[in-house]
Design a protein. Sequence first.
Length: 282
Amino acid sequence: MKLRTLAFGLSAFLLSSLSVFAQDGGLPVSQCQAIAQKLPNVRFASFAPPAVQFVQAGKALTLSEREEVDITFVGHSTYFIETPGGVGIATDYSGVYQPSRIPDVVTMNRAHSTHYTLTPDPAIQTVLHGWSDVPGEKAKHQEMIGDVYIRNVVSDIRNWGGGIEENGNSIFIFEVAGLCIGHLGHLHFELNEAQYTEIGRLDILMVPVDGGLTMGADSMSRVVQRLRSSLILPMHRFGPPLDTFLAMFDGKFDIAYAKEKTLRVSMRSLPKKPTILVPQGL
């Protein structure tokens, strides 16, 4: 009980700082990164930044609606995340797989052309590349957009010539409604300790399960088990059957299949045991 109280107090302090920084035009404080390593196995309070007015279609949202994030699998590595404040985010966006509406934000990675486009729809307000066009530099994103804080952690990728391109992939992290949502992108190598520390806590994890185009199923399963998110959403399915990836967990995680196309999730609804949820259309 003392540990849970301490977690709540620290979380409240950090979330208060987040609002202050955002209002002052400074960089927000990551609620997922700051205390993830200090308090393992602790659940954190959800929040709504006071500077954000939660209104959709002219109707104020209820407390329950303010806590809920909608996640829809669109195709390949593209998930569409809709925040309580109405911000729509498409991950690994190439323009081939289109969500139900034009996204407000898109993230991209350039391992393959199916994960990015250099000619996105002009109506998209924010385009975040997971790579830097300046040799030797890392892509760095710390963006407060509406009610969601978006940041990234870079990783290396293999290039078409058989070499390694440093910092060519970004793991994008979306912090919203108290949730920490991570998208691994086109992850080619197992993460190191520094990257795990940068990532922090992830409640929801979007993970490629192709079995080799990114990483082998055994390597990817080690990353998933280390992050130990409450909800794991597969994507980027190629090659071996999905069962090959699922079998790697040998009962350590629950496995479920989505009954609806859109998943509505909140801190309150996260499963108690880590669960791999196979989305419709995968």
